[in-house]
Design a protein around this ligand. Sequence first.
Ligand SMILES: Cc1cc2nc3c(=O)[nH]c(=O)nc-3n(C[C@H](O)[C@H](O)[C@H](O)COP(=O)(O)O)c2cc1C
Length: 454
Amino acid sequence: MTLHETYLQLESTCATTIDVGLAIEGYNDRKLLTWDSVEHSISLWFAFVGGADYIGFNLCLQAILVSGIWCSYSQGCCHQEAVKMTGKESQIPLLTPYKMGKFELSHRVVLAPLTRQRSYGNVPQPHAILYYSQRTTKGGLLISEATGVSDTAQGYPDTPGIWTKEQIEAWKPIVDAVHAKGGIFFCQIWHAGRVSNSGFQPNGQAPISSSEKELANQVQSNDNDVERFTPPRKLTTEEIPLVVDDFRVAARNAIDAGFDGVEIHGAHGYLIDQFMKDEINDRTDQYGGSLENRCRFALEIIDAIVKEIGADKVGIRLSPFANYMESGDSNPKALGLYMAESLSEYKILYCHMVEPRMKYVDEKVDCPHSLVPMRKAFKGTFISAGGYEMEDGNNVVVENRTDLVAYGRLFLANPDLPKRFELNAPLNKYNRDMFYTSDPVIGYTDYPFLETAV
Ligand SMILES: Cc1cc2nc3c(=O)[nH]c(=O)nc-3n(C[C@H](O)[C@H](O)[C@H](O)COP(=O)(O)O)c2cc1C
């Protein structure tokens, strides 16, 4: 049996073989394996178990990886990569370097975007200099908290914006501090859409959305505060290009503030997601109905920003499987795939996806879905996020199911997270009650570093 036939037979035995395939391909891409060594491993395994079943298959993967790495190393094939894997980093795949476009990342532990609601009056504050700089490493990638693109974009108190001169100026020292330590800093640009209320809107007007569907009030993740929403106003077809333009200008402003690029917030039930997800979007114009129509708004934003600042500075965050803020979709896999394929055509730098297990805010759920099809479909850098700890972060990198892993709550509470991973040191626990309070220090910049932790 040829390798290809073997592989097809294995793939037909269970859904997870796609992971295996990707892992094999990943190793092969990086020239850690020769196909011969893969074939050898598979046939060894077949000889051992006399067939492939689910458990056998996972063991088979391990056999392939272990023997493949060993083969390529011992045969001196592509010894540079193999030598890397035998060094200190071999135990810590998250801490291996990665080239993301023109950015030389020294490791793969990314600071996920984290709203902290400490930007009084929507203006970034000096205390953010310390906060972001604490979480900066030389060659590390940081993504800023969600940052409003216009005066209609806010849905929470004291979230930062990037549509006024004052806001741009206020971001500059924060970005400079990250750069001074060698970090790479992307600004997450955002519009909350209907996840807002008239109190956050100019002249007390209704928040805008793809629909007039109202959102039920929600208890915040600190279990105390209740978010109250007022009925949204459906954007007219003619108004949509104006909002697209707000994103374009915000991206330009972010570059002017010194950011290395922007991440478009297309996740978690906010405005862009309100267009993409069929449980919200009930439009009958060219922005509603078919998958292509529902993704049009997101792709027009991509197009405008790519033209404005260049595809090499553009990423997007998507959460096709999540249904935060009542933003479910009847076919999240098709949505994720369509977006991954379309984004590839724009050649944007990265696609950042939230794991299907983060269907609900905060907690992981058991889930049969995976991001692997989207990872395969997207041609640029892939970032995975959602519920990661060190071990599964290392695994997802080793298995080539992602390039980078974004950490939210663990990074919030551990400013030196990559160092702690390197040393396998204990982690500080995060304090949920302080996620969204306005204190400039407590629960913000006072999480201890390893050296000072008791
Ligand atoms: C306090 C807090 C604020 C968050 N703010 C944002 C945000 O501004 N933009 C965003 O895309 N996701 C936001 N998220 C989601 C995180 O980026 C991340 O996807 C989520 O916490 C799951 O990852 P984790 O398990 O590593 O924390 C936030 C999460 C938390 C806990």
